[in-house]
Design a protein around this ligand. Sequence first.
Ligand code: AOY
Length: 478
Amino acid sequence: MSQTEAPNLILQTDSYKFTHWKQYPPGTEHVYSYLESRGGMFGQTVFFGLQYYLLRYLRGSVVTEDNMVEAERFVEQHLGPGMFNAEGWMHIVRQHGGRLPVVINAVDEGSIVDVHNVLMTIENTDPKCYWLTNYLETLLLKVWYPITVATLSRAIRQVILTALERSGDPSLIDFKLHDFGYRGVSSEETAGIGGAAHLINFKGTDTVAGIRVLQNYYKSAEMEGFSVPAAEHSTITSWGRENEALAYENMLRQFPAGIVAVVSDSYDVYDACAKIWGEALRDKVLEREGTLVVRPDSGNPRETVLKVLEILGEKFGYETNKKGYRVLNPKVRVIQGDAVNYWTIQDMLTAMNRAGWSADNISFGMGGALLQQLNRDTQRFAFKTSSVVVNGEERDVFKDPIEGHEKLSKRGRLALHYRDGAWSTVRASRTAQDAEDRLKPVFRDGEMLVTHRLPDVRKRANRFSDAIRFAAQRWSET
Ligand code: AOY
């Protein structure tokens, strides 16, 4: 990032928050706020991504006198004179060395938490900085995005895993949902954060930025995401329509071993499967040391996938596995990356199941629907104040709109409990001695107190999902 774009933390907030220091009751010393998912598409969320925001934007000395000068000018022009909290920010620069006097508690990254529970809390540690807690909402609430991507990706993992358990080999799961979303996101940063969130659940990705985020913010020394050589339409169509077979043959020659994926719908995907892959290049595919992955990329995904499987089955053969499902010759597989989302994946897997095809035969590439087709309301994320201290007196605060009781917010200082597979949010003051608060301090006065490593995050996400899956299995057996 160039110097001219270096973020000024004072300006990373909503305009109205510039004016909130004037609005709290006189004598306000502490503001305590929390993050929750108020429900939405899924009943649990995967907590992930806070560490990125803390390390990238909040850790260390993040406010300078230069930032103040720039922000003051900006706010005076933007809102008007007297709006900027110069004294407040000067206090942070002078008395705190530019470090933010707040404490943030959060559940461990990778935890799968039932919706409607507290996931994170933040409170100012210096009474003079009562206004800072919610000033940071704009930045911190963006954690909705990695949480929601990780939650969706994990839900799809469970869908595909169920299909593999029924019809094939569950050990293939890690590479069954590949991230194709880099080009379809709103920004490079979105790709980094969302791509990283997907990799909590899977190991296949073409979103390089996601791996970079894990290397830089989750201490990953190892490679955390993998891909394989694959064609795009231009590398096939540049040969000309009459030379489609030569383009495919070139793929087999250039990548003589391992997995190679070839998008095969430039003209007629059925003809490409039957006549080119299935006849002209059949021997070369069968002699190749590896697997050709055919990628259809148009049409109704369910119908196209079924038809492609039938053609490849006829031309290359298949075996019936122990579970009674058809598995293509191991030299060929299919990847579907067009029109893929949470619903169409289930549609395709259901149709395959009915036609007797094992889920082993297919992988999915998911782009926009994985990284961009979600918003803060997918899991109804909210950041609200639940407790304040005014003139030394602690008070519960909450909202409960008459026309929106679903927006009722929690009150008091909060703790998060996990017992017998269920999460609950309780008042921190009523925490029993034996009940562990799952919210842990992760940040205080500019210092990181915990730094999660990716393997631990992954382990946690998998441990919890297994518990939930096995519970569902036990229930279905009764
Ligand atoms: N990548 C598996 C490896 C990746 C891709 C990326 C948009 C791949 C395609 C493939 O097989 O076909 C961004 C579309 C496709």
